[in-house]
Design a protein around this ligand. Sequence first.
Ligand SMILES: Nc1ncnc2c1ncn2[C@@H]1O[C@H](COP(=O)(O)OP(=O)(O)O)[C@@H](O)[C@H]1O
Ligand SMILES: [Mg+2]
Length: 508
Amino acid sequence: MDSWLRSLTLMKPHDDPASVLLSVGGLVGQEVNLDAFLHQVVDRVAASMQADRGTLYLVDYARDELFSRAAHLPEINQIRLKLGQGVAGAVAQTGAAVNMPSAKDETRFNPDIDKMTGYRTASLLAVPLRDAANEVFGVLQVLNRLGGGRFDADDEARLVVIAAQVSQALQATSLYTELKRARARPEQPVGYFFNRVIGESPPMKAIYKVVQKAAQTDATVLLRGESGTGKELFARALHVNSRRRDKPFVKVDCAALPGSLIENELFGHERGAFTGAEQRQPGKFEVAEGGTVFIDELGELPLPVQGKLLRVLQDREFERVGGTQTVKVDVRIVAATHRDLAHMVRDGKFREDLYYRIKVVELVLPPLRERGPEDLERIARHFLATATRKHHIAVEPRLSQSALDRLKAYQWPGNVRELENCLESAVVLCDGEILPEHLPLPEGSRLPSPPPTASSPSDDVVPLAEVERRHILSVLERARGNRTLAAKWLGIGRNTLGRKLKEYGLAE
Ligand SMILES: Nc1ncnc2c1ncn2[C@@H]1O[C@H](COP(=O)(O)OP(=O)(O)O)[C@@H](O)[C@H]1O
Ligand SMILES: [Mg+2]
């Protein structure tokens, strides 16, 4: 039995339409596998409508066509219809729903698709998907009411409610941004797998393939790349696209903690392990049970702790700090670093055995400047759209050709993160149109200015103030922004914390 059919038989008939998307709605905005998400949507819509099949069509503005983006279509890959052609094409063109009780009495029904697939359509109900501007950008269609009946007026009302939810969910995905972008620039077609991950250049496509494969396994993954290239984004994508998606994703940033605290953070401690350890405290590996532990900036992991991590990788077990009892865990490990670990191995700063254990699957994320001008423009337009929405700006600003040229000429030392921040400030500062002067890029020079750390004796020495800043930040994060709690944990007064936050530019 097809898996969609299986889930259909599991659904309660006549579920409340409002509940149709609840279980998938939470995934919107995350780095979900977009195809899997859309198919889940179609499954649920069909099941909730008691229909045999469902189809989600989207408008290809460049070609004045509708294309099926997710469908119960085991027979063919994709349907393409001219706007106005067939029932769905008519719905897209007129914006009016069509309830077709019987295919043979409907002149707009296009029998070619049934001929192609061998499927026999009897009844059909199709409603438009409208965006916030009330523009039709797709069609939601269900086929063949189960039990052989026809869809009635109540069903039509239900599908309209569901379509409004589906529209809203879709507008929060990067797919929608892409549709709109493709409308402005028809020479770049729509496509990709991961919601919120943009990029179609050959190196990015190669990465999607590996991520899709690796996500289905428990293999340890090492993500390498400069800062801001999307390492964390892909770590999360690996988790949400894995069978562990409903279990925790727990991040440990080795650069945000002083070396002496990392062991405690990862493995927890027993009561009395050190002065002040009044309670047994579980570490991140235990908190993540069943899920994924993301070890960020792995290159900063102190040598003594590396051995302990190796044991977790080999045997999935460890002892808490100050403990003798062995703890077993079921976690998937994903690590990231901007450092050259092989180099660190040669220098004796990273254990060779751990190095080989951790890079079972290794993904190297290319710097933005190597992804080509098309990807740069795609990502820039995506951030243009998201910043516009984030700041509640009614009309998306235009990106002038000269500003685009400037973006393309720049080297992006801070990669995608820098581009994201750059567009956000440009959107806020500009007046309907983004000009080069709205881009917060270094004056004149096309090259990044030399890093400010040039005068420090070595990359490896973190100034004390920076350690304090990072520590405060991470404690605040754990206290979910509660300053009173954070101050208590840090053993300082609330006012002192406030002063330090100001000092480090962490608060106004
Ligand atoms: N390919 C991409 N498409 C869309 N957004 C991206 C992409 N790569 C990175 N980003 C965004 O850029 C920012 C930095 O990414 P992040 O994963 O934190 O980088 P890193 O961990 O490598 O420093 C995040 O806001 C992330 O969502
Ligand atoms: Mg990061």
